[in-house]
Write a protein that binds this ligand. Sequence first.
Ligand code: ADP
Ligand code: MG
Ligand code: MG
Length: 970
Amino acid sequence: MTTESTAGLTTTAPSSGPAATPDRAHRAAKRYIYAWGGGAAEGDGTMKDLLGGKGAGLAEMTRAGLPTPPGFTITTEACNDYFAAGEQLPAGLWDDVLEAMGEIEQLTGKGLGNPKNPLLVSVRSGAKFSMPGMMDTVLNLGLNAATLHGLIALTNNKRFGWDAYRRFIQMFGRIVMDVKAERFEERLDAAKERHGPDAKDTDLTVEDLTVLVDEFKAIVQAVTGRDFPDDPYEQLDLAIKAVFASWFGQRARDYRKYNKIPDDLGTAVNVVTMVFGNMGDDSGTGVAFTRDPNTGEKTLYGEYLTNAQGEDVVAGIRTPAKISHLADDMPEAYAEFQRIATQLERHYRNVQDLEFTIERGRLYMLQTRDAKRTAAAAVKIAVDMVAEGTISEREAVARIEPAQVDQLLRDQFDPNARQDAQRVAKGLNASPGAAVGRAVFSADDAVAWVGRGEKVVLVRIETSPDDFHGMAVAQGILTARGGATSHAAVVARQIGKPCVAGCAELVVDYGSKSATSSESGLGFKEGDWISVDGSTGEVFLDQLPTVSARFEDQAELQTILGWADKIRRMGVWTNADKPEEAAQARSYGAEGIGLCRTEHMFREGERLEIVRGAILVANVATRAKARAAAGEELDPEDQAAIETFDAAMAKLEVLQQGDFEGIFKAMDGLPVVIRLIDPPLHEFLPNLEDQLVKVTREDALAEAAGGRKRDGKHGKKGAKHGKKARGASEADRELLRTIKSMHEQNPMLGLRGVRLGLMIPDFVKVQTRAILNAEIAVAKAGGHPIAKIMIPLVGHVNELSATKAILEAEAKTVEAAALESAPGIKVEYKFGTMIEVPRGALTAHEIARDASFFSFGTNDLTQMTFGFSRDDAEGGFLLKYVEDKILPFNPFQTLDDAVAGLMQIAVRNGRATRPDLEVGICGEHGGDPESIAKCERIGLDYVSCSPFRVPVARLAAAQAVLAGAAGRDR
Ligand code: ADP
Ligand code: MG
Ligand code: MG
C-alpha cells in the first residue's frame, strides 16, 4: 500500500504555473510535451487550456504526492497545429514523443515493445472540458505476439495476458481502425455463450481468448484490408492521430455546438503507463464521486468491479458493485481511497469525480475532475461547502449555473396522478425531473419526431456518444442497461434532462420499436406517450400531469439567491400583466414590474366588443372632437360618433382602473412600469381575410337561396325575421370596411405605439386616468402604489413631448379631482419611454429631456437593428443562419453586440442629459444570463424578465458582477 503517498498535499492553489516549469528540450518548434512520474510533474492543475482537464489533473495529483502511473501529455496546441498543417504531426513532435517514452521506460524499467519486460500504455484523449464524443481511450497499447509472452512470463498469469491482448485488439480495432463494435461483440458473446446463458467475460478461458484474438485479427484484416499493426510505435502513432482526428468528429462537433464550446480549443493526448485492474481478485477498477452527484449528500458515491479494466465499469459489461462494498473486499485500498478522495476534494475545493485502478492491492489514481452534478446537488453542495468553511458565499454563487436554477423550478409529476398511473417499470433515478413524451427508439427518430413538433422520450438499450443529438432534443431518456455512471446518466445530468437508466426489466426491441417490462407485462411502442420520472426511476404509461416545483420549499436555493442579492448591483424586476403573475414574480424575488403590458385589457371577455365598437368610430370621433375644439359646429352624425366612442371609452376606463388596482396591490411599495397601448389597432379586429370571407359567403348563400340581391340595407332589415339566408349583416359590412381602411402593409412598422396615441389620444388619456385613479384608490386604502407610465416606440423626441403634454394635462385634471375629494393626497407618477427604435437610441440625449426613465425593448430594438421580423426570421432563415455560423447565436435569445452598442450609446447620452435617468431592460433578453452580463457592463439599473426567470436573473446578475470583478483583477 502507498499510504505515505498522500502526505504533503497542499490546499493552496499551486504557485508553480507554467512559468515555473523548466522548459524541456524539444525538437519540435514548440514545446508540445509535459510529463509526470516519480513524484514530479512538469504541468499542473492550472494548465487545463494546454494539457486538457485529464492531463492537468494527472499532473496536479502527481505533484500532490498521489499515486499515479507515469506518463505524458501532448498539448492541445499540438492538436491545433496538426490540423493547421493539414493533418500532419508538427515536425519534430514524433522525436519528442520518443524521448518522453524513453523517460517513462526509465522510470518503470520497462520498454515499449520489449518482449522481456514490456511497457504497455493507454492513449487517452482529454480536452479542456470533458466531452463525450471525443475518442475513447485505448488501453494495453504495446501488445503484440512477442510482448504478450513477455507479459505472461512476468506476471505468471496466462489468462490475464490473453485477456489484455483480446481487449487491446478489440479496442484499437474499434477506436483507431474504425471497425464496428458489433463485429467483435458478436464473437465475444458467442464465446461467452459456450459457458452457459449467463456467462460473463471472466468465465472465458485462455483457450477461448486465444481463439478470440485470432478471430479479432481476422475481422480487422477483413474490414480494413490490412493486418493489425504489430509494431508498438506504429500503434502509438496511429492512436495519437486518431485522438486528434476525433476532435473534429461529428459527435464532438455536435456536443461543442450544443454546449457553446469553441472549435479551436483542441484536445490533448495523454499517454499513461498501464496499471492492471484485471490481474485477479485483488485487483479492480472503479469510478467514484466525493459526494452524491444526485443529491449532494456528503458520502462517497460510485461503483467498482473486481478483476476488470477501466472500460468495463462504464460499458455495463458486468453490473458493478457499490463503492462501499470495496470496504469489505479490499479494506486497505478502500481506506486509502477514502483518504485520497477527501484530500482531493479539499485540494480542489470542489466535489471530484475520480477514476482509480487497484493492481494487486495497490491503488492508482487515473483521473480527477470537478464532478458534474444535478441542480439539486449543486445547490446543496455549494451551501454545505460554505457552511464547512471550504468556499466563500461569492464562490458558492459563482458555481451555480443559471440553467440549474431553472431546472430546480421545473415541474414534477402530480403526486395524485402518480398513484393512479400505470407503472411500466422502475430503473435507476439517474437524472431528476419529470419528462413526458412519445417513445422513440433511436436518436435519429427522436430528431425526426421533434422536427414534426412532437415531444419525445428517447428509449435505448443503452446510449453511446452517437446518440447525443437524440438526447439533446428529447424531453427525457430511458435506458435498459447501464448504471448511475453510464453514458446516458452522465450526459443527461449534464444537459439537465430527466433520465431513468438501467431499467433492467425493460426488454427493448429496436426491430419492432417497442419495449415491454418482463415484470409488469406492460409495454409501449413507438409513438406511445410515456412519462419518465428521473427523480424516482419510474416509468409510466400515458401523459402524467405535472405540478410546478415549489420555490418556497427550496431553502437551499433561496439561501444561494439571498447571497446573490447581496452581490448584485442591478435590480431584478419582472414583466407581468396581471396581479397573479405579479404576485408569483414577487414571491420569486422580483423588485418591481419593468413591463406591464396593457393590451390584454382591451382584449379579454366583454372588453373586445367594447373596444371594437370604439375602434369603428375612433377616427370619425377623433376628427370630430378636433373640429369641436376648434369651435366648429358638429353635425348629428359626428355627435353620435363621439357619444358612442366616449361611452365605450368610459366603460374601458372603469375596467382598466380595476386591473391597475389589482397590480398595485400585488406590488405594494414597488415600482410598476405600465406601458400604454402598443399594438396596431387591427389586432383587436377580426382578421381581414376572415371577415371578407364571412361577408362574401353570407351574401353568396343569400343569393343562392334566391333571396335578396347583395344589398346590405335590405339584408339588415330582413335579419329581424327568421334565420333564412339573407346576406351579410350591416355590422359585418361596416366592420369589413373599417378593417380595410385600417389595413396596413407593414402593421408592425405602422400606426402603433406612441404614434397611435398621438392620432387617437383618447386611448392613452383613458389609460392615464385609469392608472392615476387606481393609484389614488389604492393609496386611499392605505397602499403604496408607485406608477411609472411608459410610452412605447418613440423615435423622435417630439413624439414623446407631444404625448407627454396630452398626458400631463390629463394627470392635472385627475389630481385636481382627487384633491377635492381627499385633500392632501399625493398622486405620484413619472413618464418615461421605451427605447426600442434605433433612432430613439441614437437621440437619447434629446429624448432624456422628456423621459425620467428608459426601458430597452430589446425585442423590437433587435428586429429594427437587424431589419428582420422575429416571427419571419425564427420561423425561417435564422436557425440556419446560426447553424451555418452566419450569426454566432440567435439575437432574439442573446443580446447582439450591435444592439448592446446602441443601448450603450443611449445610456451614456441619456445620462449626460439627465444624470438620474433610470434605465432598465424589459425585452426577453432580460431573463437570459449572457444578456444580463451585457446589461451589467452597459450599466443598466435593472433587468426585467418573465416571472419564472426571476430567480435565474437574480443569480445571473450577481454572476455578472463577479465576472466583472474577475475581469478587473486580471
Ligand atoms: P474517459 O475520458 O472516457 O474517462 P479515460 O481516458 O479516463 O476515458 O479512460 C477510460 C477508462 O480506462 C477509465 O476507466 C480509466 O480509468 C481507464 N484507464 C485509462 N488509462 C489507464 C491506465 N493507464 N491504466 C489503467 N486504466 C486506465
Ligand atoms: Mg475517465
Ligand atoms: Mg415593442
